[in-house]
Design a protein around this ligand. Structure first.
Ligand SMILES: NC(=O)c1ccc[n+]([C@@H]2O[C@H](COP(=O)([O-])OP(=O)(O)OC[C@H]3O[C@@H](n4cnc5c(N)ncnc54)[C@H](OP(=O)(O)O)[C@@H]3O)[C@@H](O)[C@H]2O)c1
Length: 285
């Protein structure tokens, strides 16, 4: 984006597919100097070929985070106007079936890496006295669904960090926004299935029957809900958070995200639980 003859710069994580890629393409088309990062060299090449300043960045690797930020600052004369924390995945499985390692992996990507990258960028934004930070959270950052405990916990944690950061940055010129999508078409489900296969033993679990249904659904493309939307709906909210003079603290995306935001405020806990349990059941039918 060009503002007062100055091109604004943005660093985005997880741009190999889905929301990250769509946001990178969209912001680049709007004139942003876009640094689109991914953790696999072949994806970085693909992003470079698309003119998106591909950058190697694995949020689970501190060295990779530091190298990527150094490279961006090198190419922008030490400035960065915006950071879009998008990289993430969902680890399915019942809470009691999650190993400490699986939960740790989930937090390394969705929370710890995101926190480390943000903390590294903040001094730059503080020096500039301006900046925009966006966290791609989820509807599951404020309501829970069965068999999503690891992902739920990681996105709740992300919301806690972002909300605290917004308070701590009051008056600095740096804004913090949470994007809270419901179901979006991307590689998210395919990657969640990989995490399931990696970390859950479905046969020896008390939840074997539920896992069997879950796996059937993972394998059928038709199981996407009628509420599922394209990545463009998320991109539009990110653009608002980065370009509008008055960015919002949170942006629900899709009908379920608005609906559950409303229900959690007005329903007693027991009634909300009942609905969330039904949604979980319907998802596994
Ligand atoms: N799709 C949905 O329904 C939905 C709903 C709510 C929120 N979200 C959130 O939206 C964000 C983007 O997901 P998506 O839907 O676009 O799914 P996606 O297509 O699976 O994209 C996820 C991206 O994150 C990257 N990633 C994973 N681990 C990483 C790591 N350690 N370092 C750097 N990048 C890493 C992936 O890279 P690789 O290709 O290398 O794995 C990929 O580029 C996630 O934070 C997700 O939680 C998605």
């Amino acid at each position: 984006m060009i503002e007062g003859n100055v091109t604004k710069s943005v660093l985005i994580t997880g741009c190999s597919s889905g929301i990250g890629l769509a946001v990178a393409e969209g912001l680049s088309a709007r004139g942003w100097q876009t640094f689109a990062s991914a953790r696999q060299p072949e994806d970085v090449e693909k992003l470079n070929a698309m003119g998106l300043n591909g950058l190697l960045l694995d949020v689970c690797d501190s060295r990779s985070i530091r190298a990527a930020v150094a490279e961006v600052l090198d190419r922008t004369n030490g400035t960065l106007d915006a950071l879009c924390n998008n990289a993430g995945y969902g680890q399915p499985g019942a809470v009691e079936d999650l190993s400490r390692e699986a939960l740790r992996e989930q937090f390394e990507t969705n929370v710890f890496g995101t926190h480390e990258l943000t903390s590294l960028v903040l001094p730059v934004m503080r020096r500039q006295r301006q900046g925009r930070i966006v966290f791609i959270s989820s509807l599951l950052g404020y309501v829970a669904l069965p068999y999503r405990g690891a992902y739920n916990a990681s996105k709740y944690a992300l919301e806690g960090l972002a909300d605290t950061l917004r308070l701590e940055l009051r008056g600095t010129g740096i804004s913090v926004s949470l994007i809270e999508p419901g179901p979006i078409r991307s590689r998210f489900r395919a990657n969640a299935y990989l995490a399931f296969q990696r970390n859950i033993d479905p046969v020896r679990s008390l939840h074997a029957a539920q896992y069997a249904t879950m796996e059937r659904r993972f394998k059928t493309k038709g199981s996407v809900s009628i509420f599922t939307r394209g990545v463009g709906t998320v991109r539009a909210k990110v653009v608002h958070a980065l370009e509008n003079p008055h960015p919002h603290a949170r942006y629900p995306v899709t009908i379920p995200a608005y609906l559950f935001d409303f229900l959690r405020r007005f329903l007693p806990g027991r009634a909300l639980d009942r609905i969330l349990w039904e949604v979980g059941e319907a998802e596994r039918r």
